[in-house]
Design a protein around this ligand. Sequence first.
Ligand code: GTP
Ligand code: MG
Length: 203
Amino acid sequence: MSIFHNISFYTSVNNLHTLPSPFGSEVAFAGRSNSGKSSAINTLTNRGKLAFVSKTPGRTQLINFFKLDGELFLVDLPGYGFAKVPLAIRQHWEFLLSEYLQTRTNLRGLVLIMDVRHPLKPLDIQMLDWFVPTGKPVHILLTKSDKLGRQKAKHVLDQVNEFLRVSYPQCSVQLFSSLSKQGIEDVTDVISHWLDLKKRPPV
Ligand SMILES: Nc1nc2c(ncn2[C@@H]2O[C@H](COP(=O)(O)OP(=O)(O)OP(=O)(O)O)[C@@H](O)[C@H]2O)c(=O)[nH]1
Ligand SMILES: [Mg+2]
């Protein structure tokens, strides 16, 4: 059973004024539209329909908060980089994401999701450049690893690792698939550590 199984929808917001008070601890999931953020949350929590998954990019347009036991939250951020979204809306989301990432005091770490076939796009680097200066950790999931052969996926992982080692040494990376379930344990360990989950008594 997932240690995140006891999770439920908490709230959705679309501006900074309505963010929940920064109590407790949260971990956010960011990434390009359609990269698999909502699917990853569903897979990690073992709750198929918790976060809304869609074939249409740009589905998650709000900041969605999911609450675990205690004051712990997983946060599904709106996807970026979807060209069909009108400019004014894109600018609104860029502002919201940048402010949230740079100023959210109870944000313990960022899970940055990238399709393994399209890693490290300019907007992904933008997320790193907003968040890394906070000194908090980033863990990258190269998702949809089932779409590449083992060798090819490993090659992308090695390349991203090398890029991070040189440019963003505080970031870690792994392969992940919501379809094949590859990599669930590793990212669960990372998030549990950020949220101090293992030190909590079982409920
Ligand atoms: N093969 C495969 N497909 C995946 C995987 N993860 C997500 N998908 C598919 O990719 C599409 C987008 O997934 P979502 O989880 O909705 O992506 P998202 O990043 O939340 O998208 P937005 O909310 O639009 O930003 C859906 O059709 C998913 O079924 C995976 O690991 N493997
Ligand atoms: Mg989504």
